[in-house]
Design a binder for this molecule. Structure first.
Ligand code: ATP
Ligand code: MG
Length: 393
């Protein structure tokens, strides 16, 4: 039996004139997500995208999994394509294809949609006929039109007739790439991978920036960030990661700035450098995993000082979330176990004993200027390491 995936697109329905463009991006993202599984034909009509495998033996379980992580899809189902667009073919296909679900259920109903108005039977007739056949094959079943255990869907479309059971929930959001591009500041922690996921969900294509301070931070710490991004990229799509050599800047910070301002100036340097990388990569925003009040560098005062270092808008999708809420999402996107592996982050190198929770911007800027970081920033920009990131298989 030939199977296809049927996807309903979500918020993009609301976008009126942009709809075509949104749908094209969505189809391209689906294509990229499925690429390594074989060839597929991806077409759209009447707010449904159909994904039809073109090769034999394609793993549709894995294809469904991958599709469930593509933003812009509200729901999806796996359906059997009837051999012909005829009532006989529907009657022959549905009870066999949905046998497992029908055997497990006590009640069911049939819902029919007929967008091909040339089909000889009207929707209520399709429901009645198929309902009768299912009842005679599975006599334990009863019809319940209000709260059925299983709904059998029949759709008669221009390109064929197909049947499927209840659909599954898609990833929601809007297609990655339709909202522009942004830089995610990614550490090896729990928060920033979640922030990346959340902003990709709002349609942003991501470029990742990671600050590393060898030998204070290890090669393994950087590899951990690569693995985290590979997981994020199952949702956000392929991306580029830039590793910034941060050691000299941090050493200068330690040697030439007041200790209680280490953290805040370090965060400002991260913003400045990330913004330069953003500009070079056509990105118009920065994203961080900061959450209000979580640590000393995430108070209102500290965030005001950090913000001032960048002209671009800074998205902090976790700002109002509790740690547990963030952890729940990290479980869902499967980054949690990797995030808690214990490696040093550059943030934990040279941490002051008493960081300023209410830094005064004027003094922070003066201290930063006195130290004179510009030559080292330029040097770091000349020595960025580029790592291409693809979704973890
Ligand atoms: P996370 O769990 O994401 O590390 P955190 O709660 O540990 O966050 P901080 O260490 O203060 O908080 O970092 C705040 C934000 O700064 C991070 O969410 C991330 O966006 C960015 N950041 C921190 N360290 C790095 C780094 N080494 N490279 C790039 N960005 C970083
Ligand atoms: Mg951290």
């Amino acid at each position: 039996m030939k199977e296809i995936l049927l996807l309903k697109d979500g918020e993009i329905v609301l976008k009126g004139l942009n709809r075509r463009q949104f749908e094209d991006v969505l189809k391209k993202n689906i294509k990229i997500a499925l690429h390594s599984l074989g060839r597929f034909e991806i077409t759209s009509a009447q707010s449904t995208i159909s994904v039809r495998p073109l090769d034999d033996g394609i793993d549709l379980d894995e294809a469904s999994e991958r599709v469930s992580r593509v933003f812009g899809i509200v729901s999806f189902s796996r359906a059997a394509l009837c051999e012909e667009k005829s009532m006989e073919s529907v009657l022959a296909t549905a009870p066999v294809y949905l046998e497992k679900q029908l055997r497990a259920a006590k009640t069911f109903k049939v819902e029919a949609k007929r967008s091909d108005k040339k089909f000889p039977l009207k929707s209520p007739e399709i429901c009645r006929e198929l309902g009768g056949v299912i009842l005679s094959k599975y006599p334990h079943l009863k019809v319940d039109v209000h709260h059925p255990d299983v709904t059998v869907y029949v759709e008669i479309r221009d390109f064929g007739a197909y049947v499927h059971a209840d659909s599954l929930r898609g990833a929601g959001g809007i297609p990655v790439g339709t909202g522009g591009k942004a830089v995610i500041l990614i550490s090896g922690g729990i928060d920033s991978p979640v922030a990346a996921y959340m902003m990709a969900k709002r349609g942003l294509r991501l470029t990742a920036v990671h600050f590393a301070s060898p030998p204070y931070t290890s090669r393994r710490a950087e590899e951990k960030v690569v693995r985290l991004l590979q997981k994020v990229s199952r949702y956000a799509g392929p991306m580029t990661m830039y590793t910034v050599p941060f050691t000299k800047l941090q050493e200068k910070l330690r040697d030439d700035c007041p200790e209680e301002l280490f953290t805040i100036i370090m965060r400002r340097l991260m913003m400045e450098i990330s913004q330069r990388i953003a500009r070079d990569n056509d990105c118009a925003a920065l994203i961080t995993g900061e959450s209000l009040g979580q640590v000393a560098s995430q108070t209102i005062g500290a965030l005001n000082c950090t913000d001032e270092a960048a002209d671009m808008v800074v998205f902090r999708p976790l700002i109002g979330m509790d740690k547990q809420e963030i952890i729940d999402i990290s479980y869902k996107i499967d980054t949690y176990e990797t995030s808690i592996e214990p490696y040093e982050d550059c943030c934990t190198v040279f941490t002051p004993k008493h960081p300023r929770t209410k830094p005064v911007l004027k003094f922070v800027k003066e201290a930063q200027q006195r130290a004179g970081f510009e030559p080292l920033i330029e040097e770091a920009m000349q020595n960025l390491k580029v790592t291409p990131i693809y979704p973890e298989a």
